[in-house]
Structure formats: C-alpha cells, structure tokens
Design a protein around this ligand. Structure first.
Ligand code: ZN
Length: 67
C-alpha cells in the first residue's frame, strides 16, 4: 500500500518512504538547513567602521533614553 503525502518543502506529492515526509534527500537536506538557520539568530554580516560608529551612537542614545 502506498501512502501519498505532500512534501513540506516543495509541495510535490510523493510516496517516498526513505525520506518521509520529504520527497527526496534534497528536500530533507533543505529542511535540515532551515533548522540550522533557525538556531543561528542573525546571519553574520560584515560591518565596516562607519557601521560600528552608527551602532555605538544608537546604543548610547538608547542608554540616555532609559535614564
Ligand atoms: Zn520535495
């Protein structure tokens, strides 16, 4: 008996047993990648010095507001 189910990644109907609920290893890997992405809150971005200065200003401004 074959159970068709929808792959949660690409939405394709599949009866794949090995990678259930996904249709293929590719979609299983994509789902795994999403979980990993979720554990790292913000992707690291390169900041240059001007960005750091802006950030510092913002932080100081916030501190002032809290007083
Ligand atoms: Zn799929």
């Amino acid at each position: 008996m074959v159970f068709l189910h929808k792959c949660p990644i690409c939405g394709k109907l599949t009866d794949d047993e090995k990678y259930r609920p996904f249709c293929s290893k590719r979609c299983a890997d994509i789902d795994l990648g999403r979980w990993f992405d979720g554990s790292y809150a913000v992707p690291a971005e390169e900041l240059d010095e001007a960005d750091y200065e802006e950030l510092e200003k913002e932080l100081y401004n916030k501190k002032d507001e809290e007083k």
